[in-house]
Design a protein around this ligand. Sequence first.
Ligand code: PMT
Length: 378
Amino acid sequence: MSAQDQEDVYFSTNPPPRHLEAHAAQARAFIDAHAAAGRRVVLVTSGGTTVPLEKQTVRFIDNFSAGTRGATSAEYFLEAGYAVIFLHREFSLTPYARHFSHATTGGFLDFLEVGQGEGGGVRARPDVSAKMADILSRYHTARTENLLLSIPFVTIGDYLHELRAISRLMASLGPRGLLYLAAAVSDFFVPPERMAEHKIQSTDLGRRAQEAAAAAAGQAPSSADSSKQDSEEEEFDNFDSSPRVPRSKRLVIDLDPVPKLLLNLVDGWAPRGMVSSFKLETDPTILVTKARYSLERYQHHLVIGNLLATRKWEVVFVSPGREDNWLRVKRRGKEWTEEDVKRLRQGEVPKEEPGEEIERFIIPAVKDLHDQHIKANE
Ligand code: PMT
């Protein structure tokens, strides 16, 4: 099947999110305003996508991403003069708020205290007040100058619909548009025709009730409920029978691959923009090869490789016609030795926290490549 056919099938069979049109209208107005002002626009995708198991979703598959990379990058892009569309997983980290909402030292209420006397109100704790004022003022500038547009998604389907709609709008920016894809995109999903409508039942009673209701309504049971056929026989099978749990008691989930739509994005949705994606691996021996493979397969402009364990310490820029470029943060109070770097590259995490945010180095390096992209394509 061609990439276009795959795209058509995916988008015609997976329903769009409820607010897609409203989000697209917001993105259009945002892009038009910044294009008129000659400002660059970056689309930053951030956070994990969920894979629902039921249409009326009680259960879903998720991944580890908290959206740190995306939210942090968005701040540095704003600092670098970009207007930012922040397409993020709902309730994941967001620019500026991230410093307080998910601090390891406590929740945001821990940064506040009640003022003295009557009508004392609420104020920032004196020891964090200066930092809060600085971040708050940067946030207010981004908001009042309309430099940051936040659009949420939850499921993999929502994400892909939003990504396509916004990327197509970014096309009007030509080479000045930058797509920075940092979301952790699910590779597998349950297609709608195989998805149970209701909460998948874990007991025979629940399944029988569901079956009776479906029969009364003249409907065939959904395939997610098919294990109930085995429930009375307490059947076992032999392909994963350790521990030997009857099939009727298990939930076997059958996932299809999510189509690789990066090709469609690069060729069709935003063909003149600069496209930069992330490649995540856990095995250090394959990171660079997989990043290069991704670049060759999708023919875009930059793949930033990172390992799950060391992603806050080091990344590698892989781009056409250039040497691999490793970016690494400084250490607190010590220099990197050759041996340290070797261990880091093998996925060994230093004991202390990174001395700074690696996005401080990533964003200027991406901007540099974007400058070159604009020069070559405008
Ligand atoms: O949020 P944090 O905790 O800070 O973590 C940041 C991060 C590790 C999630 C981020 O730095 C990162 O690596 N994001 C990409 C994760 C990912 O989806 O990697 P991948 O190797 O599975 O996918 C590689 C590329 O293929 C991605 O650009 C994606 O857009 C694309 N893809 C993926 C799946 C799919 N079905 N179609 C695609 O086109």
